[in-house]
Design a protein around this ligand. Structure first.
Ligand code: NAD
Ligand code: UD1
Length: 350
């Protein structure tokens, strides 16, 4: 019996594949490489010392997906595959709706056909929209402020309807807060295309001299220092949360949402300070106006995942910064090794 990991070549998927393999699961990975590289899977094999099946298939290709189910005995699916850039989703909403929602509909339909009804889905804290207060618990009202967020919200609803229609389904909706960090080997990590949208990859690219300075989006929020506060979670802790959710969906039926966060918030400027200390690198920054759509403060109440899944995040902010830095420093151009370190101007602190 195997676990199918859709989007397993991506950032969170590749880290989860390692933890699954190390825990003794047989896995099958499916990806279309629209936002990842085959090299990430080579490194998953290298780190875990284990082999696994791989299919280069787009979820929108129903017959390709059916082949995966016809040729393997699949017990459960962990569904990471999706597009995730908020800004891009505003420019090409139909592409986002089609890829994320139609892709999930086809996946669920094929799962149903093959009698596979255990699913762990990558949702996001974005489904809380602009929360009224913190910490955010799973029963807070849900809303979305952009097409990307709406795809997550709609898929959550679709999966709830699926369970209402057939209570033999078992679904975990995992609402991630802000994943950062990388595997401690420094061999896999986040490899964004083009200019990073998210804070940590931007900081690490400034640190290695690929970007001149960080723009801090707003210093007038009602927070400790005026910059935005988020619940950063180490990607390996997040990956381990999937193993707990997997145990749950395999052993019981139902549909349930879980926050995967640490419960602690850090401001942008606090992250910059910790990163500078850990990496011994200066991060030049400029304060600019708030990014539209950003909330001042977001952090999880992670107690439901603790009580019901037996999961808590263990890795602290220093470890997150250290591992993000190690990955970036060892892989200046992500999974493409064409840029040599010599060509890069590193901003080491005096
Ligand atoms: P990622 O882009 O690194 O990984 C997603 C993977 O899915 C990529 O390898 C991509 O090639 C693949 N993919 C996309 N569409 C596909 C399709 N139609 N068919 C087959 N493969 C397809 O992203 P990630 O950061 O690893 O995120 C994984 C999931 O978690 C996504 O669904 C994302 O929306 C969600 N999520 C991510 C974050 C975050 O900050 N990284 C936060 C909340 C939720
Ligand atoms: C963003 C997405 C959210 C998604 C999440 C994880 C937006 C509006 N929201 O959330 O939907 O679920 O990523 O992928 O894009 N910051 C800077 N300078 C930068 C980048 C970020 O100051 O160059 C600040 C932000 O204002 C924020 C914090 O850093 O306060 C974290 O930002 P980011 O990493 O983009 O995550 P979120 O905004 O939480």
């Amino acid at each position: 019996m195997a676990i199918l990991v859709t989007g397993g070549a991506g950032y969170i998927g590749s880290h989860t594949c390692i933890e699954l393999l190390l825990a003794g699961y047989e896995i099958i990975v499916l990806d279309n490489f629209s936002n990842s590289k085959p090299e990430s899977l080579n490194r998953v094999k290298e780190i875990s010392g284990k082999d696994f099946g791989f299919y280069e298939v787009d979820l929108l290709n129903r017959s390709g997906l059916e082949d995966v189910f016809a040729n393997n005995t699949i017990e459960a699916v962990i569904h990471f595959a999706g597009l995730k850039a908020v800004g891009e989703s505003l420019s090409i909403p139909l592409h986002y709706y089609h890829n994320n929602i139609t892709g999930t509909l086809i996946l669920c339909d094929v799962m149903k056909k093959y009698g596979v009804k255990n699913l762990v889905f990558s949702s996001s804290a974005t489904v809380y929209g602009i929360p009224e207060r913190v910490p955010i618990s799973e029963d807070f009202p849900l809303s979305a402020t952009n097409p990307y967020g709406r795809t997550k919200l709609m898929i959550e609803e679709i999966l709830r309807d699926l369970y209402i229609a057939d209570d033999s389904w078992s679904v975990a909706l995992l609402r991630y807060f802000n994943p950062i960090g990388a595997h401690e080997s420094g061999r896999i990590g986040e490899d964004p295309n083009g200019i990073p949208n998210n804070l940590m990859p931007f900081i690490t690219q400034v640190a290695v001299g690929k970007r001149r300075e960080l723009q801090v989006f707003g210093c007038d929020y009602p927070t400790v220092d005026g910059s935005g506060v988020r619940d950063y979670i180490h990607v390996v802790d997040l990956a381990l949360g999937h193993l707990k959710a997997l145990e749950r969906v395999i052993s019981s039926n139902g549909v349930d949402a879980f926050n995967l966060g640490t419960g602690t918030g850090y401001s942008v400027l606090e992250i910059v300070t910790v990163f500078e200390k850990i990496a011994n690198v200066r991060i030049p920054y400029k304060i600019v106006k708030q990014r539209p759509g950003d909330v001042a403060v977001s952090y999880a109440d992670p107690s439901k995942a603790k009580n019901e899944l037996g999961w808590t995040a263990k890795r602290g902010i220093e470890e997150m910064c250290r591992d993000s830095w190690r990955w970036q420093e060892k892989n200046l151009n992500g999974y493409e090794t064409s840029i040599s370190r010599i060509e890069i101007n590193i901003n080491y602190k005096e």
